[in-house]
Design a protein around this ligand. Structure first.
Ligand SMILES: Nc1nc2c(ncn2[C@@H]2O[C@H](COP(=O)(O)OP(=O)(O)OP(=O)(O)O)[C@@H](O)[C@H]2O)c(=O)[nH]1
Ligand SMILES: [Zn+2]
Length: 192
């Protein structure tokens, strides 16, 4: 698991203590004594891939038997919106049409998890997963569908609990072939 350097952890702890003071709490009360350290640890985990542009933890296997469509559906993810640093979370469905090489299936949820661990917006998260699937597998087509709840829309601001945002990106044959795209959409839970 990622940890920040001592210098960075000190900055995060100081910032958290200041934040607690500014919102009107007392950082020296018992319940908050270890909070700055916990926040520093939690941020190292939540933002573990920040600044990384390429997903590296994958394996490819050559195949003579390309499937028409490979789908991993309803992969859970948790991310932080870059506007408010509040969570947005939900599921991602990834489909691709292989082109002589297949990616180890577990690496697709790993890619989603990697892509989500940085400040982002849903559209950019969708695009990053799609771009990395294209770079890594050089497929005939890729589809990425993200269905998500945004805490910045639910617990503040417009205050709309229970609203879902979906974003989709289709590339190659999954963009041009309507039947293939329909097959992909049928695998997305509840048609969301
Ligand atoms: N397109 C997109 N917008 C997002 C995402 N996450 C948050 N936002 C929006 O980013 C916008 C930021 O708008 P601002 O007017 O700068 O910020 P704000 O005053 O906090 O806006 P409100 O949320 O409307 O109160 C808001 O409309 C959010 O709903 C996302 O993943 N994608
Ligand atoms: Zn937001």
């Amino acid at each position: 698991m990622k940890t920040f350097s001592d210098d960075k952890q000190t900055i995060l702890k100081t910032s958290t203590t200041q934040l607690l003071e500014v919102i009107g709490d007392d950082p020296t009360r018992d319940g908050l004594l270890e909070t700055p350290e916990r926040v520093a640890k939690a941020y190292a985990e939540i933002f573990a891939s920040t600044g990384e542009t390429e997903f590296k933890d994958y394996k490819l296997f050559p195949t003579d038997n390309d499937s028409d469509l490979v789908i991993v559906a309803d992969i859970p993810f948790y991310a932080m919106c870059e506007h408010h640093l509040l969570p947005f979370f939900g599921t991602v469905t990834v489909g691709y049409v292989p082109n002589g090489e297949i990616i180890g299936l577990s690496k697709i949820p790993r890619l989603v998890n990697w892509a989500a661990r940085r400040p982002s917006v849903q559209e950019n998260l969708t695009a990053l997963i799609s771009a990395e699937m294209q770079r890594i597998t050089q497929p005939k087509g890729v589809a990425v569908h993200v269905n998500s709840r945004h805490m910045c829309m639910e617990m503040r601001g417009i205050n709309q609990p229970g609203t879902f945002t979906t974003t989709s990106l289709y590339k190659g044959t999954l963009k041009t072939d309507a039947l293939l795209r329909q097959e992909f959409m049928m695998k997305v839970s509840n048609g969301k």
